[in-house]
Write a protein that binds this ligand. Structure first.
Ligand code: PLP
Length: 419
């Protein structure tokens, strides 16, 4: 059962000022979740969540997370620029990019961000680009092979193929890389890995942590490097389906703690800080796309045409991703109509839902598309000349604040040279 964080009356009132489609984020929900994350890892003195900016690159959101103690994980020049303008710098920025252009390392070093190298050859590239190796440096690890969690008690199996992923150092490269970096002046080291996406399992972080903790002990013993932090990166998922179980962040934190106490503490490494770079888990459930039903079409199927399209929320078209839909004001009505809910792109994959059982929808109804807070607006694009929607922040006191205006045709034409 999924409950919208907005009532029909609220959604209608917002639409008076900001026409549909619009994105709306629940500040209270974001803050409470960020506090639960912090609490779950509070046993680790140096813990910090670095919110993955790519999930929701919106300053109004980044500032809220900053107030909750989060840093930012950036992976491009403009994300670094946005972080700087939002007041983040130094150890509040993790820079995890790949195929990194030189200018990005230049800005990352100017901001004193912690740089997470994606490849062995980037050691020399970084030195050549900025002229030195920072005292604190991190490397991304790719263990190769296939990563499995087996069957967790929730009954979900998580599998990914690091061997097919373009990211990270091999194990051998990591040992050699740490030695090389140390010889070039690095003093404090981090290890980073991201092995599975959108996991619904309380075991993902603990299993990943055990791999990285054992590796950290070996790296420390064999290279003499000081391992300052271990970055579990992102990948903690959210239940997009209404009947999926939720991750229990408290249990996840305790699972990681157990590994920490079994592996790192006995090795005399009880000072290692833990970092995370969650995007989806921090934001997805606390953002929604609100769109109006503007047409009902009866042909071989029943279609509801809405004023949003895949250019506003690409995940269903791109991945066949499920996003739950609530027809506002009809929360308790029986779901006895089957619809395809579609946008207006000239692309037949522009469907927010296919064969979805919903209450009877009338023109003018507002649809609340759930779990769009991460990788939602961020993946928007302008195909077919469709424009990206506004983003609004629902404040804890019920006020609504515009944090990004909707694009206008002038924005769309701004880059064009007419003759
Ligand atoms: C995408 C990404 C994340 C966030 O992933 P989520 O699945 O949203 O948690 C974190 N770190 C890096 C390096 C990423 O590329």
């Amino acid at each position: 059962m999924k409950t919208p964080f907005l009532t029909k009356a609220q959604a209608q009132a917002i639409a008076m000022d900001y026409p549909t489609p619009y994105y709306v984020y629940d500040e209270q929900g974001i803050r409470e979740n960020a506090r639960r994350v912090r609490e779950a890892f509070s046993w680790n003195a140096g813990f910090r969540e670095y919110f993955a900016v790519k999930a929701t690159p919106t300053p109004g959101i980044l500032k809220v997370l900053g107030e909750e103690g989060c840093g930012l994980d950036c992976s491009s020049l403009t994300e670094l620029m946005m972080a700087e303008r939002c007041g983040f710098r130094g150890d509040k920025i993790m820079f995890s990019s790949n195929e990194t252009p030189a200018e990005e390392y230049v800005l990352a070093s100017k901001l004193d961000a912690t740089i997470n190298l994606d490849d062995f050859t980037h050691i020399d590239f970084l030195k050549d680009t900025i002229g030195y190796i920072p005292e604190t440096i991190s490397c991304r690890f790719n263990p190769g092979g296939v990563f499995t969690l087996g069957h967790s008690k929730e009954g979900f199996q998580v599998m990914d193929s690091p061997q097919d992923a373009k990211y990270g150092f091999t194990r051998e490269q990591l040992f050699e890389g740490f030695r090389k970096l140390k010889a070039m002046g690095a003093k404090h080291f981090g290890i980073h890995a991201f092995l599975a996406s959108n996991t619904i399992s309380n075991d993902y972080y603990p299993v990943l942590a055990a791999i990285l903790f054992k590796l950290a002990v070996e790296l420390h013993q064999e290279t003499g490097c000081h391992i300052a932090f271990i970055n579990l990166s992102g990948g903690v998922g959210v239940p997009y389906l209404p009947d999926q179980p939720e991750n229990d962040i408290q249990a996840i934190g305790q699972g990681v703690r157990q590994q920490y106490e079994q592996i790192l503490v006995p090795a005399g490494m009880g000072d290692v800080k833990l970092y995370t770079e969650m995007g989806r888990y921090m934001l997805a459930p606390y953002g929604a796309l609100v769109t109006e039903a503007i047409h009902a079409k009866h042909t071989y199927k029943e279609y509801i045409g809405v004023d949003a399209c895949a250019a506003n929320l690409m995940r269903p078209a791109m991945y066949g991703a499920y996003h739950h839909i609530t027809v506002l004001g009809k929360e308790d009505a029986p779901c006895d109509h089957m619809y395809d809910v579609v946008g207006g792109l000239c692309e037949n994959n522009d469907k927010f839902a296919i064969d979805r059982m919903l209450p009877e929808i009338e023109r003018g109804d507002l649809l609340f598309i759930h779990d769009a807070g991460a990788h939602g607006h961020a993946m928007g694009y302008q195909y077919n000349g469709r424009l990206r929607s506004a983003e609004l922040l629902l404040r804890p006191d019920g006020d609504v604040k515009l944090i990004r205006r909707a694009e206008t045709p002038e924005d769309y034409f701004a880059t064009v040279l007419w003759d």
